[in-house]
Design a protein around this ligand. Structure first.
Ligand SMILES: Nc1ncnc2c1ncn2[C@@H]1O[C@H](COP(=O)(O)OP(=O)(O)OP(=O)(O)O)[C@@H](O)[C@H]1O
Ligand SMILES: Cc1cn([C@H]2C[C@H](O)[C@@H](COP(=O)(O)O)O2)c(=O)[nH]c1=O
Length: 214
């Protein structure tokens, strides 16, 4: 039996955390199968430790390729320990970020190149790809303003505090991924109300996978 792997993507401040908080109970109330919520980098103890290392604002000397490799390492362990067993048990896995984040942030944002970053992730994922990706799109200035308003300065991580031009390159990377993967990635307007974003995502999932709903 094989479950469904659904990923949520978007620039910082797109509203993914708020979306998942509202979407999960809607899905749980109407799915026939168990829902597993998880996130990257993290989701299991080893990968949460790698997350701390990557996002620590004190780690200003971290090399861009080291950063890409750490995200891929956290991903591998998370897949093996949590995502693959859940999919094998027929669960629906809803994951906050996956490989597209590495392609957009390290590939486009850091300028390593999407194909180079894709190759280390092919090694990490060994063929596993999402069944569906919901990309929550926001203008970079809107996303950054949201996180600056919603979080205390000491709660901002090493990526949150990157420049506006870095975040614009990340968004451009995402928009390229949306264009190149029209079957897998559905773009949702993240500048609507939180409730409208939740409804739009629920509708896409229900339309795409009607058999897993009651
Ligand atoms: N659709 C929306 N309209 C207005 N504000 C929003 C919307 N979605 C989220 N927000 C607000 O924006 C801020 C960031 O939201 P949230 O933490 O959900 O984003 P995120 O995508 O998970 O961010 P990050 O990737 O940086 O963790 C929060 O203060 C949240 O209340
Ligand atoms: C998986 C992944 C994440 N990132 C960045 C994106 C965010 O700035 C942080 C994660 O924090 P969030 O609160 O979960 O959004 O890490 C990245 O650059 N590359 C990746 O592969």
């Amino acid at each position: 039996m094989s479950g469904l792997f659904i990923t949520i993507e978007g620039p910082d401040g797109a509203g993914k955390t708020s979306l998942i908080k509202g979407l999960a109970p809607l899905l749980e109330a109407s799915l026939k199968t168990e829902l597993l919520l998880t996130r990257e980098p993290g989701g299991i103890p080893i990968s949460e430790k790698i997350r701390e290392i990557i996002l620590d604002p004190a780690h200003t000397t971290m090399d861009d390729r080291t950063e890409a490799l750490l995200y891929a390492a956290a991903r591998r362990q998370h897949l093996v320990e949590k995502v693959m067993p859940a999919l094998a048990a027929g669960k629906i896995v809803l994951c906050d970020r996956f490989v597209d984040s590495s392609l957009a942030y390290q590939g486009a944002g850091r300028g390593i190149g999407m194909s180079e970053v894709a190759s280390i992730n092919e090694f990490a994922c060994a063929g596993l790809e999402p069944d569906l990706t919901l990309y929550i799109d926001v203008d970079s200035e809107v996303g950054l303003a949201r996180i600056q308003k919603g979080r205390a300065a000491e709660d901002l991580d090493r990526l949150d505090t990157e420049s506006l031009s870095f975040h614009q390159k990340v968004r451009d990377g995402y928009l390229r991924l949306v264009k190149d993967n029209p079957e897998r990635i559905v773009s949702i307007d993240g500048e609507q109300s939180i409730e409208a974003v939740q409804t739009a995502c629920f509708d896409v999932i229900q339309k795409r996978f009607p058999k897993v709903f009651n």
